[in-house]
Design a protein. Structure first.
Ligand code: GLN
Length: 193
């Protein structure tokens, strides 16, 4: 199994390190031809405006969009989740890949709590709560009936979701030692989930 991590900007090295811990081949992706050999793709956190501009500049946007539409599994974390959304409610600065039926809001947690860590219940990952790290995180405001909600904060805010082979989290599983979220994505790639 070979997983690409979009390496335009942001926390791509941490995703590659996490995939290596799971003994999976992981490649940084910057070129169009590197997309053609992948079984799955991770779009990392960082700054969604920059990532989107660089995807356009590297001619990766339309290819990633069509691969995702034709079934390539894609996992977006934080800025990567913003890029998967087909609607961003509070910003027209970002051209998203736009393949998940979700509406997201950027920088949704305000200044005081713009970064925090919390133990999240994620039933798809088992009983044990998941240590979720939020950094200037977005939230999911709306999701269509095609979308499975995987996690909510205590107040009901949606922070992780799945639609077919597309997976999104508002938080950063690559910044913790808990490998279960990445394993869940690999199970989707392998067709076990
Ligand atoms: N605030 C960033 C954005 O809007 C996302 C932050 C992150 O990826 N940690 O793109």
């Amino acid at each position: 199994m070979r997983i690409g991590v979009l390496a335009a900007q942001g926390a791509f090295a941490e995703h590659i390190a996490t995939l290596h811990k799971l003994q999976v081949e992981a490649l940084p992706v910057r070129l169009l031809q590197e997309l053609r050999v992948l079984d799955g793709l991770i779009v990392p956190g960082g700054e969604s405006t920059s990532i989107s501009h660089l995807m356009l500049a590297y001619n990766l946007m339309s290819e990633i969009r069509s691969l995702a539409k034709s079934g390539l599994p894609v996992f977006g974390t934080c800025a990567g989740m913003i890029l998967l959304a087909n609607k961003i409610s509070d910003s027209d600065e970002v051209e998203p890949i736009g393949v998940m039926d979700i509406t997201v809001r950027r920088n949704a947690f305000g200044r005081q709590v713009d970064s925090f860590e919390t133990e999240l219940k994620i039933p798809a990952l088992g009983e044990k709560p998941f240590p979720a790290v939020f950094i200037r995180a977005p939230l999911i405001e709306q999701a269509s009936s095609e979308v499975e909600i995987l996690a909510r904060l205590a107040d009901g805010t949606i922070v992780a979701a799945r639609q077919g082979k597309l997976l999104a989290s508002a938080f950063h599983p690559e910044l913790t030692n808990d490998l279960r979220f990445h394993q869940y994505f690999l199970d989707i790639v392998a067709g076990h989930q």
